[in-house]
Design a protein around this ligand. Sequence first.
Ligand code: BDR
Ligand code: CA
Length: 316
Amino acid sequence: MTDRIPLVSDTDPGIDDALAVLLALASPEVDLQLVTTVHGNVELAQTTENALRVLHLAGRSDVPVAVGAAGPLVHPLPERAGHVHGAAGMGGVELEPSPAAVDPRPAVVALAELLMAHEPGTVTVAPIGPLTNLALLLAVFPEAATRIGRVVWMGGSAARGGNVTPAAEFNAWADPEAAHAVLTSPLPVTMVGLDVTLPTVLTEPGIERFRTHGGRVGATAAAVLQQYLDAARDSYGISGVCVHDALALTEAIVPGTLGTTRRDVVVGTTLGAARGQTLTDLRAVSTADTAVEVADGVDSDAAVEFLVSRLESYGA
Ligand code: BDR
Ligand code: CA
């Protein structure tokens, strides 16, 4: 395939992050050229270690991993998500250490250099954690930021309320000031929020398929998912997992997978109950150049099938 989309994954692995990175690596439509890490589900040192190990699991230690922000822009995070993802972020599964070291450049520098080395409008950046790194890129390397072709962010919620508080989705809540800066910027952002990720549930038969047919990578991914499965059962009463981050990567891999509507979105940055809420103006389609493509349409069965079959392909 000649026209592979150059892709950067900005991630805080995290169980569904790991799945999303494995999905990208199994997808010939994209060329994962850089992974940047960020604080989020667990502390930065752990998300970075996990990113290295996930790439190694897939035999892709050649993909550079650059270390990003250790915390939110303004206010420290009161808690992380170890109760969902396991204390080390990989659902209690010990992945094999990678022989690779991290890239010596800070994440924003690595990202800026990558963007300057590509034609404007060609690179897709897929943040699947808090938006701290992207907000820093906007502030420090604005010229490089304007060269981004698409930002496909897993985060926020237009009409489904929150998952970490009644108002807020985790990635928005984990750095609301950064989310506000990015979502109100002219960057071409697609917001893949709870509106489309909550209905997209990977159930046990799907997991069994890549556990059985996906070789060592598929079997490991299935093992990592077990803790997430347990958390979903406790939190939502469902025997399946919402593959939040993998759905965002699916949209990055196959643009147009999700239905979207251009909306104005601002983020609650007060310290009260609305902190991290992605306030989405549902009254009208926006024509502003700062509008966000808010994902509001999904064929969940097709999206899950896409993920499962790509993970099965590791066994081929
Ligand atoms: C998001 O929060 C994190 O826990 C997941 O990895 C995902 O990015 C879902 O709200
Ligand atoms: Ca994540």
